[in-house]
Design a binder for this molecule. Structure first.
Ligand SMILES: C[S@@+](CC[C@H](N)C(=O)[O-])C[C@H]1O[C@@H](n2cnc3c(N)ncnc32)[C@H](O)[C@@H]1O
Length: 267
């Protein structure tokens, strides 16, 4: 790819998603864009860039972001967070909470919000309703998440008990597929939300926010802004979870570290 074209792609991607690509990412960017170009039968990167820029509906820009974003995820990823979540939910329900609202802010193909939902169902008595908002910038992964169907290789981290309780196994030609049950899907509402363009269409007073393994793609300034908004959306005593390889940069005086990559809003 011509350096000028690559730089323009970098700008467009940064402006539309906050995803910050360094010069070293050229091979990755070329490969991911190349895949989309093959679908459209375009062979020249410059021509594809023009197509993105001239599409006033924003549809091709959406496809570009879908192509560029890294959507790796799995059930019970960074499992210590779910042990912690379970402990907090048990405590809250003993203290009389009747509702728990959680935002999963870069939910990819759904494994993370469904893990949160299963953990909540396991930890809370039937009298406490967990409610989840799950969002991502990528429309492609949101479609998968809403459908909630996973291959048997995807569900290997899930215990047999939970698999039986919360998934429906396919039959016949779908025998290697599992669908998360309707009762779990009903707890989660999926929406497209771009974290690079606050404010977010999410009601405040949240009990928890999960924003894991996405801030690594953003620059310092966006991370700082993001966390400021999360801080505002959390209720006092609520928790923010980030990826284990991530940590909050900058001063967030109202957030105290309580576990590796888990922060609690003080007041
Ligand atoms: C590596 S996955 C992490 C998924 C999950 N949180 C986890 O930890 O397993 C990163 C996700 O962030 C999403 N993402 C990237 N930029 C985003 C943005 N500006 N707004 C919302 N989501 C974004 C990607 O589409 C992708 O699904």
């Amino acid at each position: 790819m011509e350096p000028a074209v690559f730089n323009k792609f970098r700008d467009v991607i940064f402006e539309s998603s906050g995803i910050f690509l360094t010069e070293h990412k050229e091979a990755l960017v070329s490969a991911r864009i190349g895949k989309r170009m093959r679908v459209l039968n375009i062979t020249d990167y410059g021509h594809y860039l023009q197509q993105v820029m001239s599409d006033e509906t924003g549809g091709e820009l959406r496809e570009l972001v879908n192509a560029i974003s890294t959507n790796v995820t799995h059930f019970f990823r960074e499992n210590q967070h779910f042990d912690f979540l379970s402990g907090v939910l048990r405590q809250w329900s003993q203290n009389g909470s009747r509702q728990v609202r959680i935002w999963c802010a870069a939910c990819a193909s759904g494994e993370e919000p469904y893990t949160i939902a299963m953990t909540a169902l396991e930890s809370l008595p039937g009298t406490v309703q967990p409610r989840l908002i799950a969002s991502d910038i990528s429309t492609k992964v949101l479609q998968i998440a809403k459908f909630g169907v996973y291959k048997d290789s995807d569900v290997q981290n899930i215990s047999k008990v939970l698999l039986r309780r919360y998934f429906q196994k396919g039959v016949g030609r779908a025998a290697d597929l599992y669908r998360i049950k309707q009762e779990v899907r009903d707890l989660v509402s999926f929406n497209q939300i771009n974290l690079s363009t606050p404010p977010y269409p999410v009601k405040g007073d949240l009990d928890m926010i999960f924003c894991r393994n996405v801030m690594i793609y953003f620059n310092q300034e966006l991370r700082r802004r993001l966390v400021e908004h999360f801080e505002r959306l959390l209720k006092a005593g609520g928790y923010l979870f980030v990826g284990l390889a991530e940590s909050l940069s900058g001063a967030h005086r109202n957030l105290a570290t309580v576990e590796p990559s888990v922060y609690q809003k003080i007041n």
